[in-house]
Structure formats: C-alpha cells, structure tokens
Design a protein around this ligand. Structure first.
Ligand SMILES: *Cc1c(COP(=O)(O)O)cnc(C)c1O
Length: 385
C-alpha cells in the first residue's frame, strides 16, 4: 500500500552540523552536549542525535528514560544524561542502558545504588534559583557524601544547575545563580569533587550569552535546531540555521467572489474576488489554530511570496488568499522555511502567538512525516559547494 501525504517537515542535518559548530566555537574550550528530548524538539531524536555527535557533541541529554532507551535501541552508544530524576521503577532500564542519571533526592540515590551497577556515574543537580528540580544548596554536601558512601556502586560524575533567565542578559539573576553554584561547589566534601567531576550549567541561551556559565560542557538544545532561545539573545543566534521546514502542496484551488466568507464561523469575508488555495495542514498537524484568530493574518509562502491564511485553521486544512495570482494544485507551500527569497521562521509564529520558538517546533505533530536530509559528507569546517 502507498499513502502519500502532501505535507511534510524537512529536517536538514547539515544545519544541525552547522549549528553545533557555531555553538562549539562560541563555548570553546567547554564541550557541547546536545539536548534531544521530546524527540529532538520534534525533529527526530535519533537522526539529530547522530548528526550532533558526528559534528562533535560529546553526549546527549533527554528528559525521559524512554527517550534514552530509544536512542540506545537505535545503536547510539554515546553518554546520555537524564536531565531529571525518573520513577524508581525505571532504575533497571537506566542501569541496563548505561545512562547517566541526574539525582537530587536521597531516595533516588539509594535506589540507584541498590542496583549495584559499577557503571553508574551520577550528576547531582542543585537548585540555584530555577525552583523546578534539584536539591537545595544546603543539601548538596550531604547528598554528595551519600553518593560517595555508596562506592563502588555510585560515583559523583557531575554537578549541575539550570538557569531561569539566561535568555535575558539584562537580568542579574543569572550571576546570582552562578555565585550560588560556586558557593555550593566550595562546600562539597574534599575528595568528592575533583577534576573528573563535570560541572554544567548552561542551556543554549546560557551558552551564547553568559561566558561564566559555560563550565565543563553546555547543554544545548534549541540553538542546535537553529531557533533563537528568545528575543533577548537574537543577535547571538543570528548565525544559526533553522533545521526544520514545514512544507505542503496546494491540494485544491478555486475562485471566491467578493463578499463571500470562508471556513468555520465564516469569520473572514473577502473584500474582492480572490484565488484561494487549500493546504492540507491543520491544527492536528501543529499549525496553531490561533494563527488565524489573532489580529494580523499569518502568511505562508506560495510562489516565493507571502500570502495570508484566511479563515480559521481547521483540523486538517487551511486556506490561503492568493489574490489574482496563478496558483495550481500541487504547488509547493512553505509554512516554515525558505522559498525563493522569502523565509518564515518559527520565531515569527512564536512572536505572533506570544510564545517561544520551542513550542512551535515541538508542536509539529507526529502526523507530519519527517523527511531527513543527511549532512554533506565533509567537515562543517570545510564547507562544500
Ligand atoms: C531542555 C533543557 C536544556 C536545553 O535548553 P535549550 O534552551 O533548548 O538549550 C538544558 N538543560 C535542561 C535541564 C533542560 O531541561
């Protein structure tokens, strides 16, 4: 059976390699670990993870045990850091897959130790102000000692924290978090923390905007996908290349007379006759319905030009006003990405919707097939072309 879909998301692994190189050059001599949680921010964790490792990342980070196991099942044997504690029932899977757990409670530390695997190097996460997960700074020495006390089954391999406002370089809290981390590191029992213990702090925004946050390695996610972490660091993200583009083909074309209305609610009324293209992508694919209910009409690209979405985005389809231009079924439509000289970025949708680029790319649903393009077989230092 074949079932074609006239909508797809291109994933450009050459852009991943380029973005890794940009971040690597920026943070040197710190290393880069690639964050590929949430199926690589919607891009595909396995191909992106492989491309990031090939481009020089030293490890991968994920949110869930199942995400890490999927990477192992795909044959990836690089270090994989679990960014938060997982349910205790996951401990056998964590041990079997040789993962690197993040820890911050005694119960979880003891459960990992009880597995009696000598492969377990754990990273202690300290909450320096994000207040999401992590131990209180005052509890870090006790937890570090408890980990050391579980030798040879456990080893403190890293200490980490997470920044809350790294994407806004004007705020002081990042420096306060770094000071808190350094004070905590200084309090750890002697002999527990040494050259073998990695210290890591920075997400993409921290890596780009805060040299003092770079430490042993940075945990970079969004930058590797070519999306800016936030408007406050846009200038620092200018060299990044978007990895995902969302494309479709026009599925149906018709002429609509002035005065006619369109889509659910018949909210949009045409002021003049227009050629209208139907595009087989909707909110079930991750094109937010709100794109069509905000004040300004969001554009898509057809024939290299920006053209507004008209009427509300439906579950599977949306409509585009093409004016008097000639458009045919089968023409390419770009919702995110480049066409001719025009480009629409996830950041543009995010800004219009009052959210962040992360939510846009993560939101492109599994119904949209990913078409993965391999990077050029050359080092990114030696661009082909
Ligand atoms: C998701 C996440 C990251 C990556 O953040 P980006 O802003 O995408 O670079 C880093 N560290 C932790 C703990 C995370 O949860």
């Amino acid at each position: 059976m074949t079932a074609a879909r006239w909508a797809w998301a291109d994933v450009d692994l050459g852009a991943v390699a380029h973005n890794v190189e940009v971040v690597r050059r920026t943070v040197e001599p710190s290393a880069v670990w690639a964050v590929v949680k949430a199926d690589g921010y919607g891009h595909g964790a396995v191909p992106v993870g492989r491309a990031a490792l090939d481009a020089g990342c030293e490890g991968l980070c994920v949110a869930l045990t199942a995400e890490a196991v999927a990477l192992r099942d795909a044959g990836i044997d690089a270090p994989i850091l679990l960014l938060s504690e997982q349910p205790i029932v996951d401990v056998p899977a964590i041990v079997a897959a040789g993962l690197t757990p993040t820890v911050y409670t005694t119960g979880y530390v003891d459960a990992l130790a009880a597995a009696q695997s000598r492969r377990l190097g754990v990273h202690l996460k300290v909450d320096t102000g994000m207040r999401r997960v992590g131990c209180a700074p005052a509890d870090a020495p006790g937890l570090a000692a408890r980990i050391a006390g579980h030798a040879p089954w456990l080893r403190l391999a890293g200490v980490s924290t997470h920044l809350a406002v790294a994407d806004d370089p004007t705020r002081r809290e990042t420096d306060l978090q770094l000071e808190q981390l350094d004070a905590t590191l200084a309090e750890l029992p002697t002999g527990v923390i040494d050259g073998d213990v990695a210290v890591h702090v920075a997400n993409s925004a921290g890596a780009l905007a805060h040299p003092k946050a770079r430490r042993s390695f940075v945990r970079s996610g969004i930058a590797l996908y070519g999306v800016s972490p936030g408007p406050g660091v846009d200038p620092l993200a200018a060299e990044l290349r978007p990895v995902m583009s969302l494309r479709a083909r026009v599925s149906f074309v018709k002429r609509v007379p002035a005065g006619a209305a369109i889509s659910y609610g018949l909210r949009h009324v045409f002021e003049r006759d227009a050629t209208v293209a139907t595009v087989p992508l909707g909110y079930a694919d991750g094109v937010p319905r709100r794109l069509s209910t905000i004040d300004r009409a969001m554009p898509v690209l057809i024939g290299g030009r920006r053209r507004p979405i008209v009427g509300v985005v439906t579950m599977d389809q949306l409509m585009v006003d093409c004016g008097d231009d000639h458009v045919s079924a089968g023409d390419e439509v770009v919702l995110l990405g480049r066409q001719g000289d025009e480009q629409i970025r996830a950041e543009e949708w995010a800004e219009a919707l009052g959210t962040i680029g992360y939510e846009i790319v993560c939101g492109i649903s599994r119904r949209v097939p990913r078409v993965v393009a391999a990077p050029a077989r050359t080092s990114p230092l030696w661009p082909s072309r």
